[in-house]
Design a protein around this ligand. Structure first.
Ligand code: GLC
Length: 622
């Protein structure tokens, strides 16, 4: 057995109650054993006795899935015809996760009623239309439905891209957690709830699955970056196949990056599901509550950090390659904050969770303060940095992070408008990443990590810098691109992330939906309307690319996939929300009064003085 196939496993055999898992991960130190697990023995599985197994990425209608069995390999979770039957104690812990409704999903019946438009004959609202006259929205719905992946006969996600002409699929045939969010929201807005519920519950099962890289396992709460439904022959019976859910936690991903954002997005989607459907039974389940707590435990674990921001490696989010965002990137902080707020809303108070809730509340306040104070950048702040004293050793330092004014990049001086501002990309000792990162800024508005004034200022900034951030196609993932030596050193000469391409200043249509939620929240939907209008001019014609290249986003990205699902879903969510802005509220978190009070107490207490020496003492400088 290869070393990489050897994993540390937590024995669950002696557990006696289904609720044990919650307290197990929250309270106890697991008794670790060293047990070899072959890769083929991993993943959730579903057996098909009549070789009916398939991953449907297109029209799955009409297939029979009778005789399917679902099983969690290694943990022996077994079900019959996708109806879970308790098999042993281990099963009982997780068996409640499986949707018991088999084929009766709303989505499936919807698909049954509306055959996929091979010749474009059916519109998303059921109206017959002739080929060639379909609206962009109808086409997008058709494409989104074609990207649906089925497992045990139930829809559980959407593949990342469905490009029929792509020669190298890589992992774009997988269901990515982050990519599914706009798909899930589009389905929620359409009233098709099953796929989202299934996605939430199946990915939850993958959460605590054994995962290793060279004998090392990441934390238990980690959610995979993606998963794939695989059809494999059944052990010992060639006439049968089974479907296996095979997750990738980063151990196969390019660069072996850990998907820190997956669990955070999962929590955000879970809350959106409850708010949109009114069905709180999913978030109230013991296993789901446990899942939330496991993610929180992982994120709130004590470490060496001086900052309340989450410390991560490069490539741990939407930008999943080396782009110099290791440390405390804004995107992760915005999602972290938002996930904490959502979790706070959903956690059911119970014995044993008081410490976790306390830690969560403390972190929310500290994170909020830290980002609003230290990440904020506008003309006034640049001028402050420009005049910073350095090497201040004291509790009262103004330049706490010892930022050298020479770090202010030349592009920024002219770029910053008089009105508006934004949250910088990253903050570390002696380092401010002044680049503008869209997702982090937009989600800071949505989740109220940015204050009301800051949120408006970010939108002012976007409006003022439209030609740079939007140009011909919304929306630049970051601005500006790294070039020359900086690109060479920071990306490691990454040929995909050349200047103004892909993650390095490329334009990503999927960001339309976050822009829409943010502008609706601030009562400025016209910003999103303008962006959607622009996208509509070419996105369908260009076959829904993953990203666009060049400073003005004029070219379809060099290596961009076509029919990229989150480009399609992002557009749909933007359209649906602009048509019904009230629906955005299930994605938005308004700042609650408790937090506002705690935050203003913190400001008025002036943290510079709380631990500082008495006034009579002189700060000393080394
Ligand atoms: C790229 C993107 C990542 C996305 C994946 C699948 O790797 O950087 O954010 O999840 O493609 O679309």
């Amino acid at each position: 057995m290869a070393a990489s196939e050897t994993v540390l496993r937590i024995p669950l055999g002696s557990l006696s109650q289904s609720c044990y898992l919650a307290s197990f991960f929250v309270n106890s130190t697991p008794n670790l054993s060293f047990k070899p697990v072959s890769r083929a023995k991993r993943g959730l599985r579903c057996t098909n006795s009549h070789d009916l197994s398939r991953v449907s990425t297109s029209a799955a209608r009409g297939d029979s899935f009778h005789g399917s069995n679902c099983a969690l390999r290694g943990k022996k979770l077994v079900s019959n015809i996708c109806k879970c039957q308790k098999h042993d104690v281990e099963e009982s812990i997780r068996s409640t996760l499986l949707p018991s409704d088999g084929l009766s999903s709303e989505l499936k019946s919807d698909l049954d009623e509306k055959p996929l438009p091979v010749n474009g004959s059916v519109s998303s609202n059921g109206n017959a239309q002739s080929a060639g006259t379909k609206s962009i929205e109808d086409e997008a719905w058709d494409l989104l439905r074609q990207s649906v992946v089925f497992y045990c006969g139930s829809p559980i996600g959407t593949i990342a891209a469905n490009d029929p002409n792509s020669t190298s699929v890589l992992n774009y045939d997988q269901v990515f957690i982050r990519d599914f969010i706009p798909s899930g929201i589009a389905f929620l807005l359409k009233g098709e709830y099953d796929i989202v519920r299934n996605f939430i519950l199946y990915t939850l099962q993958l959460q605590s699955w054994e995962k290793t890289m060279d004998c090392h396992s990441p934390g238990q709460g980690l959610m995979p970056a993606s998963f794939k439904v695989k059809t494999v022959p059944l052990d010992g019976d060639d006439s049968m196949t089974e479907e296996v859910l095979d997750p990738d936690f980063g151990e196969a991903a390019i660069g072996r990056v850990a998907p820190v954002d997956s669990g955070l997005w999962w929590i955000i989607l879970l809350r959106a599901y409850g708010k949109c459907t009114g069905d709180l039974s999913v978030q109230e389940r013991v296993d789901v509550q446990t899942g939330i707590k496991m993610i929180l435990k992982l994120c709130l674990a004590d470490g060496f950090d001086m900052f309340p921001t989450l410390l991560v490696t490069d490539g741990s989010c939407m930008i999943d390659r080396r782009m110099g965002i290791h440390g405390h990137p804004l995107e992760i902080q915005a999602l972290f904050y938002s996930a904490l707020v959502c979790a706070r809303e959903m956690l059911t108070p119970e014995d044993g969770s008081a410490d976790l809730i306390r830690a969560l509340n403390n972190r929310l306040v500290a994170l909020n303060f830290h980002i609003r104070e230290y990440y904020w950048l506008d003309l006034k702040k640049i001028n402050e940095i420009y005049r910073y004293q350095t090497e201040e050793y004291s509790y009262d330092a103004v330049n706490k992070f010892n930022i050298y004014p020479d770090q202010i990049p030349s592009w920024l001086v002219d770029f910053m408008p008089n009105r508006g501002g934004y949250l910088i990309g990253n903050l570390q000792p002696a380092h401010m990443d002044f680049r503008f990162f869209s997702l982090g800024n937009l989600w800071s508005i949505v989740g109220s990590l940015a204050s009301n004034e800051q949120s408006h200022a970010i939108l002012d900034f976007i409006e003022a810098k439209w030609a740079e951030l939007v140009a011909d196609m919304p929306f630049k993932i970051c601005y500006p691109a790294m070039e020359g030596e900086e690109w060479r050193i920071i990306t490691g000469s990454d040929p995909k992330n050349t200047p103004w391409s892909y993650h390095n200043g490329g334009a990503w249509p999927t960001l339309l939906w976050q822009l829409t939620v943010a502008s609706i929240k601030m009562g400025r939907p016209e910003i999103a309307e303008k962006a959607v209008e622009l996208a509509e001019r070419r996105i369908a014609q260009d076959k829904w690319p993953e990203y666009y290249d060049t400073k003005r986003a004029r070219f379809i990205g060099k290596q961009a996939r076509l029919y990229q699902t989150w480009s399609i879903a992002g557009y749909l969510v933007a359209k649906l929300l602009l048509a019904n802005p009230a629906a955005a509220k299930f994605l938005i978190s308004e700042e609650d009064s408790d937090l506002r009070n705690a935050f203003s107490c913190m400001i008025s207490a002036n943290p510079r003085r709380t631990r500082g020496p008495k006034k009579t003492q002189q700060p000393f400088i080394v």
